[in-house]
Design a protein around this ligand. Sequence first.
Ligand SMILES: Cc1cc2nc3c(=O)[nH]c(=O)nc-3n(C[C@H](O)[C@H](O)[C@H](O)COP(=O)(O)O)c2cc1C
Length: 432
Amino acid sequence: MTQREIHLNLFMRLQGNHLSGWRHPKNRINEILDIDYYIEIARKVEAAKFDSLFIADGLSIINHPWKGLSWLFEPLTLLSALAVSTKHIGLIATASTTYSDPFSVARAFASLDHISKGRAAWNIVTTFHPESAANFGDRPIPEHATRYDRAAEFVDVVRKLWDSWEADALVRNKVQGTLVDYDKVHAIDHKGPYFDVRGPLTSPRPPQGHPLLVQAGASASGQKFAGAYADAIYAPGDDFDQTLAFTKQIREATERSGRPRNAISVLAALCPVLADTEQAAKNIAQELHELSTVDHVYGSMRSWFGLELSEVGPDEPIPHELLPEPDQVQGLRSRYEQILRLIKDKNYTLRDIAKHLEGSNDGGYFVGTPEQLADRLGHWWETGAVDGFNLSLPYYDEPLDIFINEVLPILQKRGQFRSNYAAGTLRDRFRG
Ligand SMILES: Cc1cc2nc3c(=O)[nH]c(=O)nc-3n(C[C@H](O)[C@H](O)[C@H](O)COP(=O)(O)O)c2cc1C
């Protein structure tokens, strides 16, 4: 067991996570399809000793000025390129349990794990955009509960496939003429409500056995799923008390599944705007705000929550009768619960929601100095509210440089963040 340290994951979206980050004069948006740019950033965060980097993914472009910029590369393809350009950093690729099949996913992640020598991780998502259904035969998106049921069976099958080759099945004995010991390669003969899969996998057992399983999805069903399967989970990062409560729920869900209480690393969303003084940071945030519009919020409300609010003006109160109970929302239910609280408790209008979401879709927007951020990260971590952070950036690259050069040294000096990688796989690092 290594000493407990803050886990740091880079949410790698080089177009920037702020709605208008791509418009910032310092954003290298012209290089957004250039693999060399991705390699440069991957090496930079590896030199800074981040745990991992993460590629989100979606299967459609939604009606939103920014979303066309969201998913530029298929994640496993991109991470294969980054795997051979780096040596230590973990590589988290998103793949959907709603619109893929377990055999292909097990095979792709086994390959990435071999290519990266034990650094692959799967961000398990239960695709929620109705626009994605239209790219897969125009079926309606399955209901929230069905998506999680399917996800559970999906992951069971993937794990069985990874286990279908015993660790020493690949013999390669030239003298005896034995390449594979087929007594150690097993069909899985899985038959379930969603999948029938015979197996075995075409690929020998991955170096990690099971690539790391990361979960994105935070409703009650999402937490139950995480409790049973996840090694790490993304958490909302707006508010300390809410994040603390979320982590407690995750620990309880983990125990209910018969796993050790701390088996899951909780990574809170974080999107910092940093400068030498608080006022200078506020000025940058204001600059970014002025480049943003309110229009995107209508598309997001529709695509994420199925809410049709086009009749409501941006500054009008949102009529409560247009707002369903969370368990009626089939899309991004966990985010809806947070937005609903802001509307009901703080009378948020659509303009307020747009502003709230513009900094970071996933929460954790922070405006201040490196010292203030280091204090906050240390506090959240020391108190057990989180195990680490999922760092997104309003735009690249200056904010990343400030984070690496001015926030990390403070955390390292306080013994909260590593100065070197320990030997081992990504799974070993998260277990530590
Ligand atoms: C922090 C976070 C990141 C997510 N990333 C993705 C993603 O990259 N691609 C995707 O299709 N869904 C993503 N999702 C959606 C979830 O997989 C899930 O479908 C959605 O959150 C609804 O489940 P929930 O109500 O349990 O949160 C993400 C959700 C969260 C909370």
